[in-house]
Design a protein around this ligand. Structure first.
Ligand code: XMP
Length: 327
């Protein structure tokens, strides 16, 4: 699948008509590929997997089994939202797996970014195959792979977990209906499928989740601090009208401490790094200018509300040269 390159003749999907044509094509292709078999989908709740879920629900209904793996690397409140939207509102076939300890135990002491990605990707596949074994007639695995994942894995920039392939002995065939689309096209397709706007336009979140933002070897205390700081950043961007304006914004927390002072005492803590970027296709990105007054407010909240963080800094590096994620 990785070798499939988007044909030059393929038009950029930027309006409802082109999206509708794409959907019809894909619905037919999925029905043809899958027949009466069942399909498992890794539903993280991000834009890509949500759009794939909606496409598959349209094509094959309850033959789709969505598996939401809480790998312990989700943002605050995210798993709860997946259960609410897909399990309750969309009435999808949804299995919730709490695999937090499993992932964090495997990742303990692993500092190398590519190794972390591989561990997370492989563990994902493991969890799915275990779920699949409990079910009858599952022959397919759907994935929200998009075109930049393929390009960057091909160029050796990053091993995106979606493009890692399946381990030997696994018999799933892949269903990857948006693999030739750029992110902006995935959103247009999502809207045409009738997904709620806030879901379609929500910022992307990488498969390895907070794992690539808790830099170096992940520890539970630093991961917790990262999750809380990230929730404050998101809340403030929402409240101040930036959520719809900035493509992706998040916190990374590196694996070192600096000296600070709190209540007259030495207070060592990690820095929280803010990244806020704009892009259309994630291949290049520019830095969004955030009002200084808001940055001061966010800094105050994070340093006062999050245990373990004693500084807030801002990453002003465009892509290239910095990738959007730090790892
Ligand atoms: P980078 O860091 O490569 O990120 O500039 C480009 C976009 O892709 C997201 N990203 C990922 N998405 N699996 C994913 O599904 C991954 O392994 C992964 N790594 C990065 C990143 O958040 C950004 O939107």
């Amino acid at each position: 699948m990785q070798d499939n390159i988007r044909p030059e003749s393929m038009a950029r999907i930027n309006n409802p008509e082109l999206a509708a044509a794409f959907i019809n094509e894909q619905v037919e292709a999925i029905q043809k590929q899958v027949g009466d078999k069942k399909v498992l989908l890794a539903l993280s709740g991000g834009v890509d997997s949500s759009v794939v879920a909606a496409l598959l629900i349209k094509a094959i209904g309850k033959q789709l089994i969505c598996v939401h793996v809480n790998h312990g690397l989700m943002r605050k409140g995210e798993s709860e939202q997946v259960i609410e939207v897909f399990g309750k509102q969309m009435d999808a076939n949804l299995i919730y797996v709490n695999a937090e300890d499993r992932f964090l135990d495997k990742l303990a002491g692993i500092a190398d970014p590519e190794q972390k990605r591989k561990i997370i990707g492989n563990e994902f596949i493991e969890v799915f195959s275990e779920e699949a074994e409990k079910l009858e007639g599952v022959e397919f695995l759907a994935q929200g792979t998009i075109y930049p994942d393929i390009l960057e894995s091909k160029d050796g920039v990053k091993a995106h977990h979606n493009v890692g392939g399946l381990p030997n002995g696994m018999t799933f065939q892949l269903v990857e209906p948006v693999m030739l689309l750029y992110k902006d096209e995935v959103r247009v397709v999502g809207e045409a499928l009738g997904l709620p706007r806030e879901m379609v336009y929500r910022q992307p979140f990488p498969g390895p989740g907070l794992g690539v933002r808790c830099l170096g070897a992940i520890t539970r205390d630093r991961l917790h601090a990262l999750r809380e700081a990230d929730a404050i950043l998101r809340e403030e961007f929402d409240k101040n009208g930036l959520a719809g304006k900035v493509w992706q914004y998040f916190i990374s927390v590196p694996d070192f401490k600096s000296v600070g002072v709190r209540d007259g005492k030495r207070y060592e803590g990690w820095p929280a790094i803010i990244r806020a970027v704009n892009t259309t296709d994630a291949m290049t990105a520019t830095i969004e200018e955030i009002p200084y007054s808001l940055l001061h407010h966010i800094t105050y909240r994070i340093t006062h509300e999050v245990e373990g963080i004693n500084r807030v800094v801002m990453d002003l590096t465009p892509k290239p040269i910095g990738t959007i994620e730090w790892e």
